[in-house]
Design a protein around this ligand. Sequence first.
Ligand SMILES: NC(=O)c1ccc[n+]([C@@H]2O[C@H](COP(=O)([O-])OP(=O)(O)OC[C@H]3O[C@@H](n4cnc5c(N)ncnc54)[C@H](O)[C@@H]3O)[C@@H](O)[C@H]2O)c1
Ligand SMILES: [Zn+2]
Ligand SMILES: [Zn+2]
Length: 394
Amino acid sequence: MRAVTWHGKRDIRVDDVADPTIEEPTDAIIRVTSTAICGSDLHLYEVFGPFIDEGDVLGHEPMGIVEAVGSQVTHIAPGDRVVIPFNIACGQCYMCDLGMQSQCETTQNHEHGTGASLFGYTRLYGQVPGGQAEYLRVPQAHYGPIKVPEGPPDEQFLFLSDVLPTAYQAVAYADVPDGGTVAVLGLGPIGQMSARMARQLGAKEVFGVDMVPERLQMAARHGIHPIDLSATDDLGAELRELTGGRGPDSVIDAVGMEAHGAGLAKTAQTLVGLLPDAVAAPLMEQAGIDRLGALQAAIDVVRRGGTLSISGVYGGAQDPLPMLTMFDKQLTIRMGQANVRRWTDDVMGFVTDESDPIGVADLTTHRLPLAEAPAAYETFQKKQDGAIKIVLEP
Ligand SMILES: NC(=O)c1ccc[n+]([C@@H]2O[C@H](COP(=O)([O-])OP(=O)(O)OC[C@H]3O[C@@H](n4cnc5c(N)ncnc54)[C@H](O)[C@@H]3O)[C@@H](O)[C@H]2O)c1
Ligand SMILES: [Zn+2]
Ligand SMILES: [Zn+2]
């Protein structure tokens, strides 16, 4: 089959790889009909090289048609239309029972001290072949796959795999008080949907911060108050002025480790990228290399006693953080990979509502053949051609 594979920093190709087969009674095989590129894939494209091997198949936002199931998979059958969550979780361990599927004890990666395995996401997360491919082997398929109805186009359901549950969790963790205010930093797909969800879930005012014009415009179309980072030299002051001098009750960081505007860490990330894996991997595991521009802004912007919800991915081990300010302001901070299956029932209500309350139909900017993945990654990373969310079609 054809699959999107990693070959090096900013070197993505479409190769022939072996067709997947059922290996465990809890497996399923799906024929992929749509598979999106995520901001998390851009971290693999740019900084996570030391943890990924040449030929690894990328992708963790797939949906498609069930081709085959193992003997223990009973809730889906060949021919069903399914969306595949990016976490691989068993649904029956202590952590899954707690609704912490990203920490599933059946698929945790003890060798690296990391949580549940993820599709297409480095040795740290199980090195499981990903979903940017014609076919996908789905482990733990007795639990993961979400059956969706026939009829609407794939994009109506595709984002149940990651973006929508991630956004829902970001808002839940932000704990916005009734009628309160929230600022969302970063207006990529995660920020867009977090901002829209926050409005649906009762925030009085939602601010969206980015510097890419079409991303600010998309947010404004959905009732978000856009703030152009490139037009302000003091984001904290601007947001305090808009919120009675205090700052928003909650802030969602939907940017992560590759934030713009953090010179020193950018140099460190570039240097790590030039080292051989054997040297770079332990260095990355031991030294802080995140670009902290967005996180530092979030700490400054949020009001005293407010809540910071971090959904952007960070990977540094010794990031310097302003503890004095964080302690003095008495912040609450929650973070982590989304526990996809914990939220999918809640989110399903939004995507099956014909009035499309969160505007799922207004997120995908590009639908391209899988063969065009190399150019698609570049377009998405460089934010060219108005790209906000790119869906590949195998
Ligand atoms: N927690 C999870 O489970 C989970 C799931 C999916 C994605 N993510 C992470 O969420 C983040 C966003 O993903 P995405 O798909 O929306 O990616 P994206 O790259 O499209 O979005 C990031 C946005 O942040 C903006 N930005 C950069 N620096 C900024 C700054 N200093 N202030 C404000 N905005 C800034 C960029 O212009 C861009 O629009 C990534 O880090 C991704 O890895 C986490
Ligand atoms: Zn994703
Ligand atoms: Zn589990």
